[in-house]
Write a protein of this length. Structure first.
Ligand code: NAD
Length: 257
């Protein structure tokens, strides 16, 4: 599968799943635009290292996905966006009566509204170039709920709905829009939760992972960022041309329960 000559913009890609997806798309030959809200030497070094490793062009463009204008500016500054991966996301956990309104607004803005803005900005170019792939990184929480994650679950269900609508609006064009729904993935964000959870439950690392974190993941294994990147590369392949408006779960059986 070669994506040579295509440009992929991945939101929220200086760590975790976004970075993993960017690596796999670069490995397949795509030029890459990395993004986050920061603008550090490390961010630009990440781009330079990825370019060296895969022999493609990699740029880092700062844009805050909580702001609609920044989302649209990211696509404009990218110049070309053949593959759009809406990945930026944050989490906050609290009972709904105690859920801070500001956290609700931030999660809806970053996890859902950003994809509306980037998609609206990227589609005219995709239509003009007669090819496009939009991949929304949703979650098992786009298909099922957990307590205390009201904003996250609402945003992720929302992005599944947005995925279907964009697919219908682009159905007769050579453009597809799909959502990948990961279960638990061992990203730095998740890794950082392990020590506290070990203390809270007085369990060792392996027991915390198996009994607490992966309680709802029947495979009892984390999904990896490489597997998610591989799924994204598949969705960009010719074999996936008629796959649009759907969700692909990479969740070790979570949503089969
Ligand atoms: P992460 O914290 O490692 O990555 C999140 C990325 O989003 C980072 O690059 C961060 O800089 C960026 N980001 C945060 N706020 C931003 C903003 N305002 N503007 C631009 N970028 C911003 O987390 P992750 O686990 O890699 O999560 C990535 C996506 O995958 C999220 O949408 C998350 O909901 C989803 N997801 C993660 C898991 C998991 O288990 N890790 C499971 C299902 C879905």
């Amino acid at each position: 599968m070669s994506l040579a000559g295509k440009t992929a913009v991945i939101t929220g890609s200086n760590s975790g799943i976004g970075l993993g997806v960017a690596h796999e798309l670069a490995k397949a030959g795509a030029n890459i635009v990395l993004n986050s809200f920061t603008d550090t030497e490390a961010d630009h070094a990440l781009a330079a290292d990825m370019a060296r490793e895969h022999g493609v062009t990699v740029r880092y463009i700062q844009a805050d996905m909580s702001k609609g204008d920044d989302c649209r500016a990211l696509i404009e500054k990218a110049g070309t966006c053949d593959i759009l991966v809406n990945n930026a996301g944050i989490q906050f956990v609290a009972p709904i009566e105690e859920f801070p309104a500001a956290k609700w607004d931030a999660i809806i803005a970053i996890n859902l509204s950003s994809a509306f803005h980037t998609t609206a900005a990227a589609l005219p170019g995709m239509r003009a170039r007669d090819w496009g792939r939009i991949i929304n990184i949703a979650s098992a929480h786009g298909l099922t709920a957990s307590p205390y994650k009201s904003a996250y679950v609402a945003a992720k269900h929302g992005i599944v709905g947005l995925t279907k609508t964009v697919a219908l609006e682009t159905a007769t064009a050579p453009i597809t829009c799909n959502a990948i729904c990961p279960g638990y993935v061992l990203t730095p964000l998740v890794e950082a939760q392990i020590p506290d959870t070990m203390k809270e439950y007085d369990m060792d690392r392996e027991t915390v992972i198996r009994e607490v974190m992966l309680a709802r993941q029947p495979s009892k294994e984390f999904a990896t960022v490489e597997q998610l990147g591989g799924t994204a590369v598949f969705l960009c392949s010719d074999a996936a041309t008629q796959i649009t408006g759907t969700t692909i779960s990479v969740d070790g059986g979570w949503t089969a329960l």
